[in-house]
Design a protein around this ligand. Structure first.
Ligand code: FES
Length: 110
């Protein structure tokens, strides 16, 4: 787990859930943590903090899509399957787009 004094620059606008479930593999099922999702969670969290992106990463239990994991869900937004480090830029861009969308939504309602 990435350890840092978590002091976000602004209140998170939404959560991102990344499955970090690790299975003991008694039934030979794949798991997201078995495919590197815990390391990926650390990297995403670090980027969110470094770039002051107002979203919070939550390490999630199994999302019941184990065969196509690691799985990441933007709260009230897109679900991404097969998330690997190769797709990190795509995921961060999607999170930033969601921040922009939610800020615009807040501006029009206030
Ligand atoms: S282990 Fe991640 S969806 Fe089941």
């Amino acid at each position: 787990m990435f350890e840092v004094d978590y002091i976000p620059s602004e209140k998170p606008l939404f959560n991102i859930r990344l499955c970090t479930n690790k299975r003991l593999n008694k039934d030979a099922q794949p798991s997201c943590a078995g495919r590197g999702s815990r390391e990926l969670a650390d990297k995403i969290e670090k980027i969110l903090l470094e770039q002051s992106i107002p979203a919070k990463l939550i390490r999630s239990p199994c999302m019941n899509n184990c065969k196509i994991g690691p799985n990441l869900k933007i709260q009230a937004g897109e679900l991404y399957n097969g998330v690997t480090e190769d797709r990190l830029d795509e995921i961060i861009d999607a999170i930033k787009a969601e921040v922009t969308r939610r800020k615009a939504e807040t501006d029009t309602t206030s």
